[in-house]
Design a protein around this ligand. Structure first.
Ligand code: DAH
Length: 347
């Protein structure tokens, strides 16, 4: 093959590579049309021009150059078709659509408000040196009642109040049995928060649920007094509800604490002036508490002469209602995205 006939083949290869690159980066119908004319146009196309030289070549060169020119033409045609199909798909994708329509909402999960409250309670006490402990929802009657100093005739033991599972087991009615588990597992000093779900045969209404959360706390050490209880819980209330929040303690009774006290915070809705939410008292009860009864220490093998302790149990479902101004506890069980969507950015 002469060098004269090799040149057009090399030139065709270069032409083809150049066309390929330009077609791939071309945008829009017009640009593709122009490239088609430039390379394959009948009159002035650059590949066409090579084809037009074929009759003047000797037979061997005609065959070689002809082959290369036809290959180049076919390849460029195919690329143009592909690029055009891609263009049509892209533009056709929006044709006939209303581009002013709102974008489709991408759903994001949110942390449940009760979980937020539980984590916040535990975090505040973690700063005070409390660790976190969890245990089973199916408890023994002994841990749930007997070891906590409930007398056998106590109304809480009634079949009407408690879900019994048989064989001495029940669905725990509070998180206090976790106190028993902790004190039978660890020696004082003890400082621990214990969140968990609890079960009672209560009807679902605006302020009650048969399944609800509690956070229990327990501090056991030498020399702990009621002053520590009041100080720790007052501090917590101010951290959780705000610095200005007023609290008060009222005498109460629980079998496992002596003395016992309920803590109330100034109503979050009327700030003390009285409203339906606080039944016009200006106060809302958020937890039960007290000094650990010596009988409980004896039941778990801790020396009540040496150690004292305080404990409390509070309801994060109730706290979530207060915290976020949610009017009905059932909304916390409904899984309605209109509620949960409002907590997407809460961390
Ligand atoms: N377990 C009690 C209840 O469910 C709440 C409670 C009261 C827990 C006093 C305590 C406590 O730890 O000291 O009503």
């Amino acid at each position: 093959m002469s060098s004269a006939s090799a040149d057009p083949v090399a030139a065709l290869a270069a032409l083809r590579a150049e066309a390929e690159a330009r077609i791939r980066s071309a945008v829009g119908r017009e640009a593709l049309q122009q490239l088609k004319t430039e390379y394959l146009g009948r009159k002035a196309g650059r590949v066409t021009a090579v084809l037009k030289t074929l009759p003047s070549l000797d037979p061997e060169a005609r065959r070689v150059v002809g082959q290369a020119a036809n290959d180049a033409k076919a390849a460029i045609e195919r690329l143009l078709e592909e690029a055009d199909a891609a263009r049509v798909a892209l533009e056709g994708g929006t044709a006939g659509r209303d581009l002013t329509m709102p974008a489709r909402y991408a759903w994001r999960g949110a942390i449940h408000p009760v979980t937020l409250v539980i984590d916040e309670i535990c975090a505040i006490f973690a700063e005070l040196g409390f660790s976190r402990y969890v245990g089973p929802e199916a408890e023994t009657e002994r841990n749930n009642f007997t070891a906590l100093n409930f007398p056998p005739e106590h109304p809480a033991l009634d079949m009407h109040d408690t879900f019994y599972l048989g064989e001495g087991k029940l669905l725990r009615t509070h998180t206090s049995p976790l106190q028993i588990r902790v004190m039978e597992t660890y020696q004082p000093p003890i400082r621990v928060t214990m969140p968990g779900m609890c079960y009672r045969r209560d009807a679902f209404d605006a302020s009650h649920a048969p399944v609800f959360s509690q956070v229990e706390a327990l501090a056991v050490d030498e020399g702990i007094t009621f002053v520590d209880l009041k100080a720790s819980l007052s501090y917590f209330a101010r951290r959780f509800f705000g610095r200005e929040t007023r609290v008060r303690f009222r005498p109460s009774f629980f079998p496992f604490t002596e003395p016992s006290a309920d803590m109330e915070v100034e109503c979050r809705i009327c700030h003390g002036s009285g409203c339906p939410a606080c039944k016009n008292t200006g106060w809302m009860e958020i937890l039960g508490s007290g000094m650990v009864d010596p009988n409980v220490f004896v039941n778990v093998g801790i020396d009540p002469e040496k150690y004292t302790g305080w404990a409390f149990g509070m309801g994060p479902h109730r706290m979530a209602l207060l915290r976020y101004g949610i009017p009905d506890i059932r909304m916390l069980y409904d899984a309605d995205v209109r509620l949960h969507d409002q907590f997407v950015d809460a961390v």
